[in-house]
Ligand binder design. Structure first.
Ligand code: ZN
Length: 255
């Protein structure tokens, strides 16, 4: 069984003490493909090191996270572009809009999001969207930018069935993680109405640990708990869910 974690911050400081053991634990559990979203330039070196340490398992994205869109965002975007010009990445991510931490930057968040969608089209890469308290604004930008060559993943999807269908209409797969195991997570109530071809698995580690680890540090091996939950919701064996969602990740990232 090959399980793909389509969104995991393995370079995070949260893993400073046991990074290699933690990654090995995941690989031993069958989680052998890790897609690594960028945040901003302060993490680029750590991401490149991670790829050196686990070249067969680690696949890097490049982008500027919405909570890192500050006054200097144009300099940061220039660094993103410099990296993209220099070498291959598997997606532009994570990008999007976050109004939970800061609403004052909405206008520049939108600009950065739009600009990075255009970079994705230029490099023929998928986008990985971060959307927190911002569905309307994210959909507004996607509406302006939608086209056959725009596709990707709506990471950590936690919206309604209507919002799920809307995201899918923009060629997005839904990234499903720990929230599906939460008692008040809500998406478990309708997820089986969405065909599995639209779903990929993720942890977003070190954040959003699934039950029974909720509130603790998350790690990629815990994706098994997400797999178990989906197996229950779709009434399919875990192997089948792993197979379909890994294939979906291959369709998106082309590896
Ligand atoms: Zn993330």
């Amino acid at each position: 069984m090959i399980i793909t974690d389509t969104h995991t911050h393995l370079y995070s400081e949260a893993f400073a003490d046991d990074r290699n053991e933690m990654i090995q634990r995941a690989i031993d559990a069958g989680v052998s493909r890790f897609f690594i979203p960028a945040i901003d330039s302060t993490y680029t070196e750590a991401m490149l090191q991670l790829e050196k340490d686990f070249p067969l398992h680690v696949f890097l994205m490049m982008g500027l996270h919405p909570t890192s869109v500050k006054e200097n965002y144009q300099e940061e975007l220039a660094l993103v572009e410099a990296q993209l010009a220099k070498r291959d990445f598997y997606a532009i991510g994570e990008i999007g809009i976050d109004l939970y931490w800061d609403t004052s930057t909405l206008e520049i968040q939108k600009k950065a999001f739009k600009h990075q969608i255009q970079l994705a089209k230029k490099y023929k890469l998928p986008i990985v969207i971060h959307c927190r308290d911002a569905f309307d604004d994210v959909f507004e930008v996607l509406e302006e930018e939608k086209s056959d060559d725009l596709f990707g993943i709506f990471h950590c999807f936690t919206g309604t069935l209507e919002q799920a269908k809307r995201a899918i209409s923009f060629n997005m797969k839904l990234g499903i993680g720990g929230v599906v195991t939460f008692k008040n997570g809500k998406i478990d109530q309708f997820l089986n109405l969405i065909e599995l071809k639209h779903i990929v698995l993720e942890t977003d580690s070190p954040y959003l640990a699934p039950k029974p680890y909720r509130g603790k540090r998350n790690e990629s091996s815990y994706i098994i708990k997400v797999l178990e939950k989906l197996s229950e919701l779709y009434a399919l064996p875990q192997e089948k869910i792993a197979e379909i969602t890994t294939q979906n990740s291959k369709d998106i990232f082309k590896i």
